[in-house]
Design a binder for this molecule. Structure first.
Ligand SMILES: Nc1nc2c(c(=O)[nH]1)N[C@H]1C(S)=C(S)[C@@H](COP(=O)(O)OP(=O)(O)OC[C@H]3O[C@@H](n4cnc5c(N)ncnc54)[C@H](O)[C@@H]3O)O[C@H]1N2
Ligand code: MOO
Length: 393
């Protein structure tokens, strides 16, 4: 089975989203639950788009004819504007309200006025475009947002510009999906946490900090557990996770060995295990413990890394793998296709934006990678200049 088909097979394990209301300032990266409908128009009042002078129609005509136009007021942003009398001007700053009666705003550079200091008593206009449309350099009410507009659609992830837009609209709180809670259970009697413990045939546990970091980077909460090769212990941890997690990822214990705790505990009753046409990351599994979705990744650090990027990330973002690959240009070195499996390699961008493959695909090779390169299965070779699929990592 290809990794893309597998991602579709397990898509029904996508964790259910739960609602919560958060402060708009804290909402970056969160998914909006409902359409954000503007309750007000912006600008809320006609606003000057330039530092300059607001002139009425008569004043514009005088100015065009070379006459001096008296300046009867001065409006910094944030202050009320006086009304224009016929044939007069008011100095206005960018963002200031427009005096009633204004035909257009003439930028200060088009006049004989100094840009700084107090307002002049009168101005002369040195140059004007042939045609000055009514409303020139005036931002009309609702030009940016009109009350009733859907500004951000439900299901979108809130960006920093989105946070700013909420603030523009005076929205302090917003309904979002609460951060998914992802359980990680690493398995294996051989795992140890510190260097002093990991003597002889014991192994330092790299999957837990690696997966926890990737989950945190997605904006999800992580619940960590380490499990021995004991079925009772695994069942106990899963029972606990069922109460708190939206999705559980396990690593290790799923291939063909004699002590495969995940497989032996869950196969048939809760989960299914299979080998994909994928290197690294061939052994995979998935299932449910009650209603808790389970994703079983291989124990090898590169297998767990790849499994997370391809399958866990797809579930967490509700996007199947097929739609997630990006297109890039391969910079080499030439690589042989695998006849039975999609192979993945660490990749890094060259100065010209092409992607160069590393020669091995162990976890340390992925440490310096910017991309995971997909090499389709086949019998030939992938040569430089080919279009390739990749995921950012
Ligand atoms: N007879 C077969 N043997 C294996 C097959 C196979 O098809 N037939 N597949 C191989 C492939 S490919 C992979 S990948 C591994 C997957 O094995 P498991 O998922 O069962 O993982 P373990 O055996 O528990 O561990 C494999 C390896 O990774 C180390 N490990 C495990 N957890 C961690 C951790 N948290 N941090 C660091 N390292 C970890 C573990 O010590 C083992 O060295 O199976 C192959 N074998
Ligand atoms: O396919 Mo395993 O994942 O060799 O590393």
């Amino acid at each position: 089975m290809t990794p893309e088909d597998y991602s579709e097979l397990i898509a029904e394990l996508t964790p259910t989203a739960h609602p919560e209301t958060v402060a708009a300032r804290e909402a970056i990266g969160r998914t909006l639950r409902v359409d954000l409908v503007a309750q007000r128009s912006l600008p809320a009042f006609p606003t000057s788009a330039m530092d300059g002078f607001a002139l009425d129609g008569a004043a514009l005509q005088d100015a065009r004819g070379g006459g001096a136009v008296p300046v009867i007021g001065d409006v910094p942003a944030g202050h009320d504007a006086p009304a224009l009398r016929p044939g007069t001007a008011v100095r206005v700053m960018t963002g200031a309200p427009i005096p009633t009666g204004t035909e257009a705003v003439v930028p200060v550079e088009f006049t004989n006025a100094q840009a700084t200091g107090g307002p002049p008593r009168s101005i002369r206009v040195s140059s004007l475009p042939e045609e000055v449309a009514k409303g020139w350099n005036i931002r009309a009410v609702g030009e940016d947002i009109t009350a009733g507009d859907v500004v951000i659609a439900a299901g979108s992830r809130l960006s920093a510009a989105g946070v700013g837009t909420l603030a523009m609209l005076g929205i302090d709180e917003i309904a979002v999906d609460r951060a998914p809670r992802i359980g990680v259970i690493v398995t294996g009697d051989e795992l140890r946490t510190t260097g002093t413990e990991a003597a002889g045939p014991l192994i330092l546990n790299s999957n837990l900090p690696m997966l926890a970091s990737m989950i945190a980077a997605e904006g999800s909460d992580v619940i960590e557990a380490t499990c021995s090769d004991d079925s009772g212990e695994l069942r106990g941890i899963l029972g606990e996770m069922r109460r708190v997690a939206d999705l559980v990822i396990t690593t290790g214990g799923i291939s063909a060995g004699a002590f495969e705790v995940v497989r032996q505990t869950l196969d048939g009753e809760h989960s299914r295990f299979l080998r994909l046409g994928l290197r690294p990351g061939a052994p995979q599994g998935h299932g449910r413990f009650g209603d808790l979705p389970l994703l079983h990744l291989p124990g090898t650090p590169q297998g767990a890394f790849i499994g997370f990027h391809l399958f866990a990330r797809s579930l967490m973002n509700g996007q199947v793998l097929r739609t997630r690959w990006k297109k890039g240009l391969f910079a080499g070195p030439e690589l042989a296709h695998h006849p039975k499996a999609v192979t993945l390699r660490p990749g890094a961008f060259t100065d010209t934006g092409e992607i160069r493959a590393a020669d091995r695909a162990r976890l340390p090779n992925f440490a310096a990678a910017e991309a995971i390169i997909r090499i389709p299965r086949g019998t030939g070779r992938l040569s430089p200049g080919s279009v390739i699929d990749y995921l950012e990592c």
